[in-house]
Structures are given as C-alpha cells and as structure tokens.
Design a protein around this ligand. Structure first.
Ligand code: PNS
Length: 176
C-alpha cells in the first residue's frame, strides 16, 4: 500500500575530486532535512580531474556508508537543472564556507531558479572544516603535507597513492 506522501528529495552536486570531510558533513546534514539526497557527480569539461569518474563515485559511496537516504549518481555533462528535473528533486543543497563561496554560488543559484524554478539551500560549513577544499587538499598532499582528518580515511589512502611524494606513508607525513 502506498501512503501517497510526497518524497522531498534534494541534489548535492559537485566534482568531488576527491570528496572531503566538508562534503560529507554537508551531505549528512542535508539528509536530516530531506527524505532523500542524490549526490550528483559532475563531469566538468573545463577541469581535468585527478580521479576518474568511477573512482570519485566509489570514494563517495564508501564515505557515505551509514548515512540513510543517500545515493550517489554520475551527472554526466548536462545542466544541473535537467538532472534535478529527472531526479524529481525539489532543491539543490550546497555548503558555504565563506563569502567567496557565496559570491561564486549565488549567480548559479539564481540561474538555476531562473531556468527551472529549482531552489538552492545553502548550509553554513562546519567552522572546523572551513579551510578544506578538494583543490587545497590535493595541493597539500602533493607537497607532502598531512591532510588526515580532512578527508575520509579511504580517500586519504588514495590521495597518498596518487599524489603523495614517493615512499611516503600515512603515518610519516611530517618529515621535511
Ligand atoms: O564542485 P564544483 O566543481 O565546484 O561543482 C560545480 C557544479 C557541479 C555545482 C556546477 O559546475 C554545475 O552545476 N555544473 C553543471 C552545469 C550547469 O548546470 N551549469 C550552469 C550552472 S548555473
């Protein structure tokens, strides 16, 4: 028997190259506000990702285990609003770390609403993770810095394997 209840579904879009603990925090909080969260992984032709689409999907799926009502999907190369329409999502959810994020996100939110009426919900980023972005995390790892605690453990292992200085291990990242 169906209850006839409307499912409130949102989309959390991004490149997730790779997923960080900041992303996980926003997705987890979105899952408390909506019945279902679709994490949409973008193939951005303007960016050359370090991790392929399948790896990014895999890292996300592993990092979101245990959060109810969340699924991960490839978004392809189209418009976010088209993905939202197909997913029957009522909103896009994004995390905001700073005023710079807001300046970047606001025109997209307004354009998406203009195109389809879909609303964007902004969640304030967790202050302890305000400095965390996929690009900074990759840069720090490339130069041998320690990003443990900023990305899920399985992602840290993949980052070190892909970008870490030769011979570096998880427990040995502070040496010059
Ligand atoms: O993690 P990112 O790369 O900052 O995410 C950017 C993303 C995926 C949210 C944005 O590039 C996007 O929505 N791309 C899909 C194409 C689209 O709809 N463009 C018009 C946006 S108004």
């Amino acid at each position: 028997m169906t209850s006839g209840r409307t499912v409130h579904r949102c989309v959390c879009p991004g490149s997730f190259d790779p997923v960080t603990n900041g992303h996980v925090d926003v997705i987890r909080r979105a899952s408390t506000l909506f019945d279902e969260v679709v994490v949409a992984v973008l193939t951005n032709p303007a960016k050359r990702p370090v991790f392929g689409l399948e790896e990014r999907l895999d890292m996300l799926t592993g990092s979101l285990t245990g959060i109810d009502g969340v699924r991960v999907e490839a978004m392809g190369g189209g418009l976010l609003v088209d993905f939202c329409r197909k997913a029957e999502a009522v909103a896009v959810v994004k995390g905001l770390r700073s005023g710079t994020d807001f300046a970047y996100e606001l025109p997209m939110a307004l354009m998406n609403r203009h195109l389809s009426g879909v609303e964007t919900v902004f969640l304030p980023g967790e202050p302890a993770l305000e400095h965390v972005s996929s690009s900074l995390v990759k840069e720090v790892v490339r130069y041998g810095g320690n990003v443990s605690g900023l990305v899920p453990k399985s992602v840290l292992a993949r980052l070190l394997e892909r970008l870490g200085p030769v011979g570096q291990t998880e427990g040995d990242q502070s040496s010059p």
